[in-house]
Write a protein that binds this ligand. Structure first.
Ligand code: NIG
Ligand code: FE
Length: 413
Protein backbone atom coordinates (compact mmCIF):
# COMPACT_ATOMS: atom_id res chain seq x y z
CA UNK A 1 0.00 0.00 0.00
CA UNK A 2 1.43 3.36 -1.04
CA UNK A 3 0.12 6.66 0.36
CA UNK A 4 1.23 10.07 -0.86
CA UNK A 5 0.80 13.26 1.15
CA UNK A 6 1.13 16.39 -1.00
CA UNK A 7 1.21 20.18 -0.58
CA UNK A 8 2.39 19.93 3.05
CA UNK A 9 2.79 23.52 4.22
CA UNK A 10 5.79 22.48 6.34
CA UNK A 11 7.19 19.03 7.03
CA UNK A 12 8.76 19.14 10.51
CA UNK A 13 11.64 17.27 12.12
CA UNK A 14 13.34 16.04 8.95
CA UNK A 15 16.46 14.16 10.05
CA UNK A 16 19.20 11.92 8.82
CA UNK A 17 19.10 8.39 10.26
CA UNK A 18 22.30 9.04 12.22
CA UNK A 19 20.54 11.49 14.57
CA UNK A 20 19.29 9.55 17.60
CA UNK A 21 18.96 12.50 20.01
CA UNK A 22 19.71 16.24 20.03
CA UNK A 23 21.52 18.05 22.84
CA UNK A 24 22.26 21.59 24.02
CA UNK A 25 22.26 24.15 21.20
CA UNK A 26 21.19 21.53 18.65
CA UNK A 27 17.80 21.54 20.31
CA UNK A 28 17.10 25.05 19.02
CA UNK A 29 17.10 23.76 15.44
CA UNK A 30 14.09 22.01 13.97
CA UNK A 31 14.90 21.02 10.37
CA UNK A 32 11.90 21.38 8.06
CA UNK A 33 10.91 21.35 4.38
CA UNK A 34 8.34 23.88 3.23
CA UNK A 35 5.81 22.92 0.52
CA UNK A 36 6.68 19.24 0.82
CA UNK A 37 5.47 15.78 -0.12
CA UNK A 38 5.87 12.53 1.79
CA UNK A 39 5.49 8.96 0.57
CA UNK A 40 4.44 6.12 2.87
CA UNK A 41 4.93 2.54 1.74
CA UNK A 42 3.21 0.00 3.95
CA UNK A 43 4.10 1.08 7.48
CA UNK A 44 7.23 3.10 6.72
CA UNK A 45 8.31 6.52 5.47
CA UNK A 46 9.61 5.72 1.97
CA UNK A 47 10.46 9.16 0.59
CA UNK A 48 9.90 12.88 1.07
CA UNK A 49 11.06 16.14 -0.40
CA UNK A 50 10.03 19.45 -1.87
CA UNK A 51 6.88 19.54 -4.07
CA UNK A 52 9.10 20.89 -6.86
CA UNK A 53 10.87 17.52 -6.91
CA UNK A 54 7.74 15.34 -6.65
CA UNK A 55 8.38 12.26 -8.81
CA UNK A 56 5.75 11.76 -11.52
CA UNK A 57 5.64 7.98 -11.52
CA UNK A 58 4.59 7.37 -7.91
CA UNK A 59 1.12 5.88 -8.58
CA UNK A 60 -0.08 5.94 -4.97
CA UNK A 61 -3.19 4.03 -3.90
CA UNK A 62 -4.15 6.94 -1.67
CA UNK A 63 -3.36 10.66 -1.86
CA UNK A 64 -3.84 13.15 0.99
CA UNK A 65 -3.78 16.88 0.24
CA UNK A 66 -2.22 18.65 3.26
CA UNK A 67 -2.57 22.17 1.87
CA UNK A 68 -2.01 24.70 4.68
CA UNK A 69 -1.18 21.95 7.19
CA UNK A 70 1.90 20.75 9.02
CA UNK A 71 3.07 17.14 9.06
CA UNK A 72 5.31 16.00 11.90
CA UNK A 73 6.33 12.76 13.61
CA UNK A 74 3.78 11.66 16.20
CA UNK A 75 4.60 12.43 19.83
CA UNK A 76 6.88 9.99 21.65
CA UNK A 77 5.69 9.95 25.27
CA UNK A 78 8.48 8.24 27.20
CA UNK A 79 6.96 8.32 30.70
CA UNK A 80 3.41 7.28 31.61
CA UNK A 81 1.52 5.20 34.14
CA UNK A 82 -1.73 4.78 32.17
CA UNK A 83 -2.59 1.30 33.44
CA UNK A 84 -4.46 2.01 36.67
CA UNK A 85 -7.89 1.54 38.22
CA UNK A 86 -10.26 4.38 39.02
CA UNK A 87 -9.26 7.94 39.73
CA UNK A 88 -8.12 10.10 42.65
CA UNK A 89 -10.29 13.16 42.21
CA UNK A 90 -10.93 13.35 45.97
CA UNK A 91 -7.20 13.95 46.52
CA UNK A 92 -7.36 16.67 43.88
CA UNK A 93 -10.02 18.45 45.95
CA UNK A 94 -8.02 17.79 49.15
CA UNK A 95 -5.06 19.56 47.58
CA UNK A 96 -7.26 22.48 46.53
CA UNK A 97 -8.27 22.67 50.21
CA UNK A 98 -4.66 22.93 51.32
CA UNK A 99 -3.07 19.49 51.71
CA UNK A 100 0.14 18.80 49.82
CA UNK A 101 0.82 15.77 47.61
CA UNK A 102 3.29 14.52 50.21
CA UNK A 103 0.82 14.99 53.11
CA UNK A 104 -1.81 13.00 51.22
CA UNK A 105 0.72 10.20 50.66
CA UNK A 106 1.59 10.18 54.39
CA UNK A 107 -2.09 9.62 55.25
CA UNK A 108 -2.05 6.43 53.14
CA UNK A 109 -3.49 8.14 50.08
CA UNK A 110 -1.53 8.61 46.89
CA UNK A 111 0.10 5.61 45.28
CA UNK A 112 -1.21 3.27 48.02
CA UNK A 113 -4.75 4.45 47.34
CA UNK A 114 -4.36 3.53 43.65
CA UNK A 115 -2.77 0.18 44.61
CA UNK A 116 -5.77 -0.69 46.76
CA UNK A 117 -8.13 0.05 43.86
CA UNK A 118 -6.00 -1.85 41.37
CA UNK A 119 -5.80 -5.01 43.44
CA UNK A 120 -9.60 -5.00 43.83
CA UNK A 121 -10.21 -4.63 40.09
CA UNK A 122 -10.29 -7.44 37.54
CA UNK A 123 -7.69 -7.63 34.79
CA UNK A 124 -10.41 -7.24 32.18
CA UNK A 125 -11.75 -4.08 33.80
CA UNK A 126 -8.24 -2.62 34.11
CA UNK A 127 -7.65 -3.40 30.45
CA UNK A 128 -10.88 -1.63 29.48
CA UNK A 129 -10.13 1.47 31.55
CA UNK A 130 -6.56 1.62 30.25
CA UNK A 131 -7.45 1.14 26.60
CA UNK A 132 -9.77 4.15 26.79
CA UNK A 133 -6.79 6.23 27.99
CA UNK A 134 -4.56 4.81 25.26
CA UNK A 135 -7.17 5.56 22.59
CA UNK A 136 -7.48 9.10 23.91
CA UNK A 137 -3.74 9.79 23.70
CA UNK A 138 -3.50 8.24 20.23
CA UNK A 139 -6.19 10.68 19.04
CA UNK A 140 -4.08 13.44 20.61
CA UNK A 141 -1.10 12.48 18.47
CA UNK A 142 0.92 10.05 20.59
CA UNK A 143 2.40 7.33 18.39
CA UNK A 144 4.83 5.73 20.86
CA UNK A 145 4.40 5.42 24.59
CA UNK A 146 6.17 3.94 27.58
CA UNK A 147 3.85 2.52 30.24
CA UNK A 148 4.92 1.64 33.78
CA UNK A 149 3.53 -0.80 36.31
CA UNK A 150 3.70 0.36 39.92
CA UNK A 151 0.08 0.44 41.11
CA UNK A 152 0.03 -3.23 42.10
CA UNK A 153 2.79 -3.43 44.73
CA UNK A 154 1.95 -7.14 45.06
CA UNK A 155 3.26 -9.97 42.90
CA UNK A 156 -0.20 -10.52 41.38
CA UNK A 157 -0.94 -6.83 40.97
CA UNK A 158 2.34 -5.96 39.27
CA UNK A 159 2.12 -8.93 36.90
CA UNK A 160 -1.50 -8.04 36.14
CA UNK A 161 -0.50 -4.51 35.07
CA UNK A 162 2.39 -5.75 32.94
CA UNK A 163 0.12 -8.30 31.21
CA UNK A 164 -2.35 -5.50 30.46
CA UNK A 165 0.47 -3.35 29.00
CA UNK A 166 1.56 -6.27 26.82
CA UNK A 167 -2.03 -6.90 25.73
CA UNK A 168 -2.42 -3.24 24.75
CA UNK A 169 0.79 -3.53 22.77
CA UNK A 170 -0.64 -6.50 20.84
CA UNK A 171 -4.01 -4.86 20.19
CA UNK A 172 -2.89 -1.37 19.15
CA UNK A 173 -0.53 -0.35 16.34
CA UNK A 174 1.29 2.31 18.40
CA UNK A 175 4.70 1.34 19.77
CA UNK A 176 4.48 0.52 23.48
CA UNK A 177 7.39 -0.09 25.86
CA UNK A 178 6.74 -1.67 29.27
CA UNK A 179 8.54 -0.67 32.45
CA UNK A 180 8.46 -2.56 35.75
CA UNK A 181 7.99 -0.10 38.63
CA UNK A 182 7.36 -2.47 41.55
CA UNK A 183 9.52 -0.04 43.55
CA UNK A 184 6.96 2.78 43.34
CA UNK A 185 6.12 2.84 47.09
CA UNK A 186 6.32 0.51 50.09
CA UNK A 187 2.98 -1.24 50.69
CA UNK A 188 1.55 -0.62 54.19
CA UNK A 189 2.25 -4.17 55.34
CA UNK A 190 5.96 -3.68 54.56
CA UNK A 191 6.21 -0.24 56.16
CA UNK A 192 8.45 -1.65 58.88
CA UNK A 193 9.99 -4.33 56.72
CA UNK A 194 11.49 -2.53 53.76
CA UNK A 195 13.92 -5.35 53.12
CA UNK A 196 10.99 -7.77 52.88
CA UNK A 197 9.38 -5.79 50.07
CA UNK A 198 12.67 -5.37 48.21
CA UNK A 199 13.18 -9.15 48.51
CA UNK A 200 9.73 -9.65 47.02
CA UNK A 201 10.62 -7.40 44.07
CA UNK A 202 13.96 -9.09 43.46
CA UNK A 203 13.14 -12.72 44.19
CA UNK A 204 9.48 -13.02 43.19
CA UNK A 205 8.48 -10.29 40.79
CA UNK A 206 11.61 -9.90 38.65
CA UNK A 207 12.13 -13.61 37.83
CA UNK A 208 8.49 -13.92 36.64
CA UNK A 209 8.72 -10.73 34.61
CA UNK A 210 11.94 -11.84 32.96
CA UNK A 211 10.67 -15.34 32.26
CA UNK A 212 7.53 -14.02 30.58
CA UNK A 213 9.34 -11.11 28.90
CA UNK A 214 6.86 -8.64 30.34
CA UNK A 215 9.11 -5.55 30.57
CA UNK A 216 12.03 -3.81 28.89
CA UNK A 217 12.87 -1.32 31.64
CA UNK A 218 13.17 -1.21 35.44
CA UNK A 219 12.10 1.91 37.33
CA UNK A 220 12.39 2.99 40.99
CA UNK A 221 10.87 6.04 42.70
CA UNK A 222 14.09 7.30 44.31
CA UNK A 223 12.86 9.93 46.73
CA UNK A 224 12.78 10.84 50.40
CA UNK A 225 10.00 8.76 51.96
CA UNK A 226 10.08 6.24 49.10
CA UNK A 227 13.24 4.37 47.99
CA UNK A 228 16.68 5.45 49.19
CA UNK A 229 19.62 5.71 46.83
CA UNK A 230 21.07 2.46 48.20
CA UNK A 231 17.74 0.66 47.73
CA UNK A 232 17.41 2.15 44.25
CA UNK A 233 20.85 0.85 43.33
CA UNK A 234 20.07 -2.60 44.67
CA UNK A 235 16.84 -2.79 42.65
CA UNK A 236 18.45 -1.42 39.48
CA UNK A 237 21.24 -4.00 39.79
CA UNK A 238 18.69 -6.79 40.16
CA UNK A 239 16.77 -5.47 37.15
CA UNK A 240 19.95 -5.35 35.07
CA UNK A 241 20.71 -8.92 36.12
CA UNK A 242 17.33 -9.92 34.65
CA UNK A 243 18.00 -8.03 31.42
CA UNK A 244 16.09 -4.81 32.16
CA UNK A 245 17.55 -1.36 31.58
CA UNK A 246 17.08 1.30 34.28
CA UNK A 247 14.92 4.34 33.67
CA UNK A 248 14.17 5.97 36.99
CA UNK A 249 12.14 8.59 38.90
CA UNK A 250 14.54 11.04 40.58
CA UNK A 251 14.71 14.57 42.00
CA UNK A 252 10.95 15.18 42.07
CA UNK A 253 11.01 16.72 45.53
CA UNK A 254 14.58 16.27 46.78
CA UNK A 255 18.03 15.96 45.28
CA UNK A 256 19.42 12.91 47.10
CA UNK A 257 21.83 11.38 44.60
CA UNK A 258 19.38 9.49 42.40
CA UNK A 259 20.77 11.00 39.20
CA UNK A 260 24.31 9.89 40.04
CA UNK A 261 23.03 6.39 40.89
CA UNK A 262 21.14 6.23 37.59
CA UNK A 263 24.18 7.29 35.60
CA UNK A 264 26.37 4.80 37.44
CA UNK A 265 24.00 2.04 36.29
CA UNK A 266 23.76 3.37 32.75
CA UNK A 267 20.12 4.44 33.04
CA UNK A 268 18.50 5.20 29.69
CA UNK A 269 16.75 8.16 31.32
CA UNK A 270 16.35 9.99 34.62
CA UNK A 271 12.90 11.51 34.95
CA UNK A 272 11.17 14.39 36.82
CA UNK A 273 14.17 16.62 37.79
CA UNK A 274 12.08 19.37 39.37
CA UNK A 275 14.73 19.81 42.09
CA UNK A 276 18.20 20.06 40.61
CA UNK A 277 21.50 21.04 42.23
CA UNK A 278 24.50 22.15 40.13
CA UNK A 279 26.14 18.77 40.83
CA UNK A 280 23.16 16.97 39.30
CA UNK A 281 23.52 18.88 36.05
CA UNK A 282 27.27 18.35 36.10
CA UNK A 283 26.82 14.60 36.57
CA UNK A 284 24.65 14.34 33.46
CA UNK A 285 27.24 15.88 31.15
CA UNK A 286 28.85 13.53 28.63
CA UNK A 287 26.62 10.61 29.54
CA UNK A 288 24.17 8.57 27.45
CA UNK A 289 21.38 9.19 29.99
CA UNK A 290 18.45 11.32 28.79
CA UNK A 291 17.03 13.88 31.26
CA UNK A 292 13.22 13.67 30.97
CA UNK A 293 11.08 16.52 32.30
CA UNK A 294 7.36 16.35 33.02
CA UNK A 295 5.79 19.82 32.80
CA UNK A 296 2.18 18.65 33.23
CA UNK A 297 3.10 17.14 36.60
CA UNK A 298 4.50 20.48 37.80
CA UNK A 299 1.39 22.21 36.44
CA UNK A 300 -1.04 19.88 38.19
CA UNK A 301 0.78 19.69 41.53
CA UNK A 302 1.92 23.31 41.56
CA UNK A 303 5.54 22.29 42.16
CA UNK A 304 8.59 23.85 40.49
CA UNK A 305 9.26 23.16 36.82
CA UNK A 306 12.45 21.30 35.92
CA UNK A 307 15.19 23.73 34.81
CA UNK A 308 15.13 22.70 31.15
CA UNK A 309 16.82 25.92 29.95
CA UNK A 310 19.70 25.47 32.36
CA UNK A 311 20.16 21.87 31.28
CA UNK A 312 20.25 22.83 27.60
CA UNK A 313 22.68 25.69 28.39
CA UNK A 314 24.93 23.00 29.86
CA UNK A 315 24.87 21.05 26.58
CA UNK A 316 22.44 18.42 27.86
CA UNK A 317 19.61 16.91 25.83
CA UNK A 318 16.09 17.21 27.25
CA UNK A 319 13.02 15.08 26.55
CA UNK A 320 9.49 15.99 27.62
CA UNK A 321 6.85 13.41 28.57
CA UNK A 322 3.36 13.45 30.07
CA UNK A 323 3.68 11.32 33.25
CA UNK A 324 -0.03 10.44 32.71
CA UNK A 325 -1.10 8.90 36.06
CA UNK A 326 -4.02 9.21 38.49
CA UNK A 327 -2.20 11.17 41.20
CA UNK A 328 0.19 13.77 39.90
CA UNK A 329 -0.80 14.12 36.23
CA UNK A 330 -4.23 12.90 35.13
CA UNK A 331 -3.60 13.94 31.53
CA UNK A 332 -1.69 12.37 28.67
CA UNK A 333 -2.11 15.26 26.28
CA UNK A 334 1.33 15.75 24.72
CA UNK A 335 0.12 18.90 22.92
CA UNK A 336 -0.44 20.44 26.33
CA UNK A 337 2.96 19.12 27.48
CA UNK A 338 4.65 20.85 24.52
CA UNK A 339 2.73 24.09 25.19
CA UNK A 340 3.56 24.00 28.89
CA UNK A 341 7.24 23.32 28.14
CA UNK A 342 7.20 26.54 26.09
CA UNK A 343 5.04 28.65 28.40
CA UNK A 344 6.42 27.60 31.78
CA UNK A 345 9.89 26.24 31.06
CA UNK A 346 10.65 28.81 28.36
CA UNK A 347 11.60 26.20 25.83
CA UNK A 348 11.24 27.48 22.27
CA UNK A 349 8.78 25.66 19.98
CA UNK A 350 11.76 24.06 18.22
CA UNK A 351 13.23 22.81 21.50
CA UNK A 352 9.91 21.53 22.78
CA UNK A 353 9.12 19.68 19.55
CA UNK A 354 12.59 18.11 19.54
CA UNK A 355 12.06 17.14 23.19
CA UNK A 356 8.69 15.51 22.44
CA UNK A 357 9.76 13.59 19.33
CA UNK A 358 13.37 12.50 18.71
CA UNK A 359 14.50 12.85 22.34
CA UNK A 360 11.33 11.17 23.61
CA UNK A 361 12.03 8.28 21.25
CA UNK A 362 15.60 8.08 22.57
CA UNK A 363 14.27 7.91 26.13
CA UNK A 364 12.39 4.72 25.12
CA UNK A 365 15.31 3.25 23.18
CA UNK A 366 13.42 3.50 19.88
CA UNK A 367 14.91 6.51 18.12
CA UNK A 368 16.29 4.30 15.33
CA UNK A 369 12.71 3.65 14.22
CA UNK A 370 10.64 6.61 15.48
CA UNK A 371 10.82 10.28 16.45
CA UNK A 372 11.71 11.96 13.15
CA UNK A 373 10.84 12.18 9.47
CA UNK A 374 13.53 9.86 8.16
CA UNK A 375 13.40 7.36 5.30
CA UNK A 376 12.89 3.88 6.73
CA UNK A 377 11.36 5.03 10.03
CA UNK A 378 7.82 4.08 10.99
CA UNK A 379 5.15 6.26 9.40
CA UNK A 380 3.67 7.46 12.70
CA UNK A 381 2.62 10.99 11.85
CA UNK A 382 0.46 13.93 12.85
CA UNK A 383 -1.30 16.02 10.23
CA UNK A 384 -2.40 19.31 11.75
CA UNK A 385 -5.39 21.45 10.89
CA UNK A 386 -4.53 24.46 8.72
CA UNK A 387 -2.18 26.65 10.82
CA UNK A 388 -0.22 29.82 10.13
CA UNK A 389 3.07 28.37 11.38
CA UNK A 390 4.26 25.60 13.70
CA UNK A 391 4.52 28.20 16.46
CA UNK A 392 0.74 27.97 16.59
CA UNK A 393 0.94 24.43 17.99
CA UNK A 394 2.30 25.44 21.44
CA UNK A 395 0.78 28.94 21.23
CA UNK A 396 -2.85 27.79 20.98
CA UNK A 397 -2.65 25.86 24.25
CA UNK A 398 -5.76 23.87 25.01
CA UNK A 399 -6.95 23.85 21.40
CA UNK A 400 -6.82 20.65 19.44
CA UNK A 401 -4.99 21.48 16.22
CA UNK A 402 -4.61 17.85 15.12
CA UNK A 403 -6.63 16.94 12.07
CA UNK A 404 -5.50 13.36 11.65
CA UNK A 405 -3.14 10.78 13.01
CA UNK A 406 -1.33 8.14 10.96
CA UNK A 407 0.08 5.09 12.74
CA UNK A 408 2.23 2.60 10.83
CA UNK A 409 1.03 4.11 7.58
CA UNK A 410 -2.72 3.94 8.32
CA UNK A 411 -4.95 6.91 9.06
CA UNK A 412 -6.46 5.88 12.36
CA UNK A 413 -7.91 9.04 13.85
O1 NIG B 1 5.64 10.12 38.40
N1 NIG B 1 6.34 10.29 41.49
C1 NIG B 1 6.00 9.12 41.44
N2 NIG B 1 5.08 8.56 40.70
C2 NIG B 1 4.11 9.26 39.91
C3 NIG B 1 2.90 9.67 40.66
C4 NIG B 1 2.28 8.59 41.40
C5 NIG B 1 0.93 8.86 41.95
O2 NIG B 1 0.70 9.88 42.64
O3 NIG B 1 0.06 8.03 41.71
C6 NIG B 1 4.77 10.42 39.19
O4 NIG B 1 4.44 11.59 39.39
FE1 FE C 1 6.01 9.06 36.83
Amino acid sequence: MKTLIINIKELLQVRDSSVLKVSGDEMAVLPTIKNAYLVIEDNLIADFGSMEDLPEDLNPEKCIDADGKMVLPSWCDSHTHIVYAGNREQEFVDRINGLTYEEIAHRGGGILNSALKLNETSEEEIYNQSKARLEEIIRLGTGAVEIKSGYGLTVDGELKILRVINQLSKEYPVTIKATFLGAHAFPLEYKNNRKGYIDLIINKMLPEIAENELATFIDVFCETGYFTVAETEQIMEAGIHFGLKPKIHVNQFHSIGGIQAGIKHNALSVDHLETMKPDDIEALKNTETMPVVLPSCSYFLGIPYAPAREMMANSLPVAVASDFNPGSTPSGNMNFVVSTACIKMKMTPEEAINAATINGAYAMGISKTLGSITIGKKANLIITKPVSSYYQLPYSFGSNLIESVIIEGKVIA
